[in-house]
Write a protein that binds this ligand. Structure first.
Ligand code: AKG
Ligand code: FE2
Length: 573
């Protein structure tokens, strides 16, 4: 389960609420992602009676400021205590990934995108607090040997030890924390992540036209909603889903896409999915070419789609590794709209998808953070990468991004307004003027909106009709086992022994080269809870690509294109 969901679940268990995300994250990290334990620890923290706070017992629920800051008088006179505890209070040493499993009874909450529980302030779901600046916590402890008012710095471990039972073991030593890194150039993005960044992808006029067209349409887009325990939560941004129409699409394909669209809205009933608007189609054709060219340069993974020979009728002989048949669009209006840390569900994308993400409008930071495999957690921590996504840029999340990283658009304190270089097209102008509350963006007028379009390839071998259903009768979702990534088999043991039937593809690429980017297992899990008042059947089963008849995959071949541009992958399996 992703950090955002765990945070929302934890927040929902705390009454009175604790608005400090860093504190919640610390508690989650300390409790290995167990929400109930974390809530208990935090509640205890709220009610612990320090031996002496100005010689008086602290009142239950009197507020953490008093706990940190000493006496109520002192707390109210201190600078910090005038507001609720904030991330400024603690420089969190939260560990890389907080997506550890929660107890099985909670497994029915599956949505992996950011949530903003109705009672939480929108944008409060950021994990900004987990960005590490120091492993020191400055607080005032109710020290045994010091006067209550005396402040000293304590480490996070010391701090967290307050919440352990008296005789429990010391916390194991954590690996050194890494400061976040901003990747401001395409070469830095390429060096540190499995993504490529293309700063200016479309002709400027088209980019601007598409921005206006999408902004105009975005008036009808919705905040995604789903159930989390006993309440409905909603995403802190608006979203929509588009299907690329093909003249020759069969009835079956239409039905498939309808179901896939419904899935985008967490299983809620939707009308027929919308088609790509003309400017989106134009952009898509350009983006498809760039994505295919990039993919031909990259190594490929055994479970990637093998590709297909382009339609002979088009007369363009070539290997199409990727085509965009759907697109999801997001609108972030203002600095506080966001999406929490998640990896995209693979239900229709299949393993190792490539996702092309177009940014239009105001620039926003895109965050990537690796999920460290369980067996490496004592040795290294994750680094957070920040990639500023400018207007008309394309970020391609190449294969293994969804398997290794979580991504997010965090809320920001401020924004650079976007000044569109072209006026809105005349046919949209009226619509702009008439739409209530719509911020017209004529030339010179600034916009605080960012439009994101993620072009995606829904694989034919992961069609909606082939998605397993759980006991609730609802299509499952597919997720990678991010935390148990593949290590090369010990000498004498074959890959098949490691992959078992789950992969079916058998062989692997050079694991050292891959940097632990191979996933051994993918899971189908019940998704009914998202719409059924949080109640699902809890189904959880390993994907078996052979038994499920999926493929063709890149397979055992190394899969690098040779100098003549021929991709070996295409000829395998
Ligand atoms: O807005 C973005 O760049 C990211 C959107 C995203 O992660 C998603 O739609 O899954
Ligand atoms: Fe995403």
């Amino acid at each position: 389960m992703d950090t955002e969901t765990l945070l929302a679940m934890l927040a929902s268990l705390l009454d009175p609420p604790i608005p400090d995300q860093a504190m919640l994250l610390d508690a989650l990290a300390e409790c290995d992602g167990d929400v109930e334990k974390a809530a208990k620890a935090l509640r205890q923290r709220e009610t612990i009676q320090p031996a002496s706070v100005n010689g008086r017992k602290r009142k239950r629920g009197a507020g953490l400021d008093q706990w940190f800051g000493g006496s109520p008088t002192k707390a109210s006179s201190s600078k910090r205590s005038s507001k609720p505890p904030s991330t400024g209070h603690i420089n969190s040493t939260t560990k890389a990934d907080h997506s550890a499993p929660v107890s099985s009874s909670k497994r029915h909450i599956f949505d992996n995108r950011g949530v903003s529980p109705e009672r939480l302030p929108v944008g409060s779901s950021s994990t900004e607090g987990s960005v590490v600046t120091s492993d020191m916590v400055e607080t005032s402890l109710p020290a045994h040997d010091a006067s209550p008012s005396k402040k000293r710095s304590v480490t996070n471990d010391e701090f967290l030890s307050l919440f352990r039972p008296p005789n429990s073991k010391e916390a194991p030593k954590k690996p050194a924390l890494l400061p976040p890194l901003t990747l401001g150039t395409p070469s830095l993005v390429k060096e540190h992540t499995p993504c490529t960044y293309h700063p200016s992808i479309l002709p400027p006029e088209l980019a601007c036209r598409l921005f206006y067209a999408m902004l105009d349409l975005s008036g009808d887009w919705q905040r995604n909603k789903w159930w989390l325990f006993d309440r409905v939560v909603e995403s802190p941004h608006r979203t929509s889903f588009f299907v690329r129409r093909r003249e020759k699409a069969s009835e079956n394909e239409h039905a498939d896409m309808q179901e896939a669209a419904q899935y985008w809205y967490n299983g809620r009933e939707t009308g027929p999915p919308k088609s790509f608007p003309p400017a989106m189609e134009e952009a898509c054709e350009i983006i498809e070419r760039v994505v295919n060219a990039e993919m031909h340069k990259r190594k490929r993974y055994p479970l990637e789609w093998a590709g297909e020979v382009e339609d002979a009728e088009k007369g363009t002989a070539g290997h199409v590794l990727w085509r965009a048949n759907v697109a999801a669009a997001n609108c972030y209006e203002g600095a506080k709209d966001s999406v929490g840390p998640h990896s995209d569900q693979l239900t229709y994308l299949g393993p190792y998808p490539t996702i092309a993400s177009l940014s239009l409008g105001t620039s926003r930071i895109f965050r990537l953070r690796e999920v460290i495999p369980l067996d490496e957690r004592d040795e290294r921590s994750a680094r957070t990468y920040s990639i500023p996504l400018a207007h008309n840029s394309l970020l391609i999340m190449h294969a293994s991004t969804q398997e290794r990283f979580k991504h997010s658009i965090p809320p920001q304190n401020s924004l650079d307004l976007f000044h569109p270089p072209f006026p809105p097209p005349s046919d949209l102008r009226t619509g702009f003027d008439n739409r209530p509350g719509f911020r017209a963006t004529t030339r010179g007028e600034a916009s605080n909106a960012r439009i994101n379009v993620t072009f995606r390839f829904y694989r034919p071998d992961f069609r909606a009709q082939t998605t397993p259903r759980c006991k609730c009768g609802v299509p499952c979702i597919l997720r990678p086992d991010m935390k148990n990534r593949y290590t090369a088999p010990p000498p004498g043991k074959s890959d098949a022994a490691v992959f078992g039937d789950a992969s079916g593809a058998g062989a692997h690429q050079d694991a050292s080269d891959a940097g632990r980017d191979l996933v051994t297992k993918y899971w189908w899990t019940c998704y009914a809870g998202a719409q059924n008042e949080g109640k699902g059947c809890g189904l959880w089963k390993v994907m078996d690509v052979k038994a499920e008849g999926r493929g063709p995959f890149v397979g055992p071949l190394e899969g690098r294109c040779d100098d003549a541009g021929t991709c070996a992958a295409l000829h395998s399996t």
